[in-house]
Each structure stands twice: as C-alpha cells, then as structure tokens.
Design a protein around this ligand. Structure first.
Ligand code: G4P
Length: 283
C-alpha cells in the first residue's frame, strides 16, 4: 500500500510552523498514545530548538497503560515534560498548567534577572493531523475565551488566548506533516484512522489489524467475536464475517463489510486498550 501526504500541504505546514514558532517559548506537542513514534515528525526537534518542550500522550483512553508508562519515561529521558491525557473527557488537562510553569521555569527566571516581570509564557500546540490538537485546545482553553487580540510584533490575525496571568496560548495549532519514510508509519497511521480511508485498501488494513491484535494482545479478538484466534488472519476475518453476518448471496464472504467492522471496532478501542509501538533500546 502506498501512503502519502501531498508536498504542497507539507510546504505550507512547514512555512506556518517556522513563522509561528519564532513567537513562542514553549511547544506543546500532541501525539497519539497508540503510536507515539509514528504520530510525531522528528523535524520538530530542529524547528523547536531552544524552546521548552512538552509532549502530551493524547487518546490515552485507547492505549495500553503499561506502554503509556514506558513512553512517558522514554520522552522524559529525552528532556521533554510529559503528560498523558484524554482531551475528549479532559482527563489530565488540569495538570497542564503546572507542567507548563515547570517547563518554563528557566525562562521566567531569566526574565526576572533582566528585570522583566509578569511576561506571560507563550505556548503553541503542534502535532500531525488527527492527534487531537483542536480537542485539546478546547479542553484546555475552552473557558478562557477572552482572547487578547492582535499585538504589536505578532503576525496579523494571530490570536492569543490568555489562560491565566502566566500563560498565553496561540489559538490555532501548528500542523506537522507525518513522516512516511518508513512504510510501517503510514500503515500504523491508517490503522488508527488518521489517514484518508478512501485511498487505502481497507481489507488489507483489517488483516494487518487482526495480525497485530492476535500476536500482541492474544485473546482480544476471540473475546470480542466469540471465535477462535489463529495466525491465519484471513481465516480469522472469515470467522468474524460468519459471526457478524457479513455474507453476500450464496454465502460468499462480504470482505468489504467485515473489514469495515474490524476497523471500526479496533479504532474505537473495542478490542481493549492497545498500543502499536513499543519503546526499543535504540530509540
Ligand atoms: P486535530 O485537531 O489534531 O486534527 O484533531 P481533533 O481535535 O480534530 O481530533 C481528532 C479526533 O480525535 C476527533 O474525533 C476527536 O474527538 C478525537 N479525540 C481527540 N482527543 C481524544 C481522546 O483523548 N480520546 C479519544 N478517544 N478521542 C479523541 P472525530 O471522530 O473526528 O470526531 P468525534 O467522533 O469526536 O465527533
């Protein structure tokens, strides 16, 4: 399967990012906790050089708690301030302010030494499409809707949301482009539903989901559908089709229909909380 993101989108996203990043002290990067690596673009490290950095493991309601812990430790070891959140319910969002203050302690002290008092920290939310940036901004800043408006030195049209006396947030998130160099990145993004399904072979994708679930979370598929699991993903898929009545005239398996069910169940977390990527030694 061939996954892509159009070069035009990428250039525009990069230009916007370069422009906005100059204005801020802190980058709040949202990643999908189910694929903490594939939902990042490491180019942000160069773009955000010298900025305070925070990573939010979002959608942690859908990811494996044991691996959440492992990924948090991993990112902390790389110098990030890290929180796991569920932007949809607001779980963990309350802790963000405290962590922002911690992440920007150095800047605040530097300001103090220069005699600058009460200059708020400016932050920006970034991430690839569909990780939950807008949902997070709403949960985080929803109540603080008093926007500060345009200010001198700020590119026209940009809005800052004053969160409290210490923090201002750029109201539009920075969009990072996914990094497709490794073929498995595209596949994982597709598995969690962060790619345009129209250009994807959904039956193949559903088979990948079954292979992954059976090998990494044995019992999850058996429990969901009341079938027997095996390494033969096609046989598993056909058994699910039988259970769910995904059959065409003459008892022929309706692969499209059963693939749709598998994708929807997996993406909604009905197989249980799963994380597709493990922390490995060399990362
Ligand atoms: P983006 O700005 O980064 O592109 O992402 P956005 O906030 O639009 O969120 C993308 C999808 O992810 C939305 O679902 C949103 O509800 C969902 N989402 C965001 N945060 C979480 C989370 O912590 N947990 C879960 N389970 N889902 C989350 P959607 O299908 O596009 O919309 P809807 O079904 O919510 O209406």
């Amino acid at each position: 399967m061939n996954y892509q993101w159009y070069p035009g989108h990428m250039t525009k996203a990069r230009r916007m990012m370069e422009e906005n990043i100059k204005l801020i002290d802190l980058v709040i990067e949202v990643v999908d906790a189910r694929i903490p690596m594939s939902s990042r673009n490491p180019d942000i490290d160069a773009l955000a050089k010298n900025k305070a950095r925070m990573i939010l493991l979002n959608k942690s309601d859908l990811s494996d708690e044991r691996l959440n812990q492992a990924w948090m430790a991993y990112f902390q070891s790389k110098g990030f301030y890290v929180l796991k959140i569920n932007a949809k319910t607001g779980m963990g969002v309350k802790q963000v302010n405290g962590l922002v203050a911690e992440a920007c302690k150095e800047k605040i002290e530097r300001d103090k030494r220069k005699g600058i008092k009460n200059r708020p920290v400016r932050a920006m939310v970034v991430g690839i499409p569909n990780v939950g940036k807008s949902t997070f901004i709403n949960a985080y800043a929803g109540k603080a809707c008093a926007k500060t408006g345009n200010k001198p030195g700020v590119t026209k049209g940009k809005q800052w949301i004053r969160l409290n006396k210490n923090i201002e947030l750029l109201d539009t998130p920075g969009i990072l482009w996914p990094k497709f160099e490794d073929k498995s990145v595209g596949e994982r993004l597709a598995m969690i539903g962060s790619m345009n399904d129209e250009v994807i072979n959904l039956e193949e994708l559903a088979l990948s989901i079954l292979r992954f679930s059976v090998s990494e979370y044995p019992g999850s598929i058996a429990e969901r559908y009341g079938i027997e699991e095996s390494e033969d993903a096609l046989a598993v898929m056909e058994a699910i089709a039988g259970k769910r009545g995904c059959l065409k005239k003459g008892g022929i398996v309706d692969y499209e229909k059963v693939a749709g069910i598998i994708l929807d169940d997996f993406r909604s977390g009905r197989y249980g909380k799963m994380t597709l990527e493990k922390v490995t030694q060399d990362e």
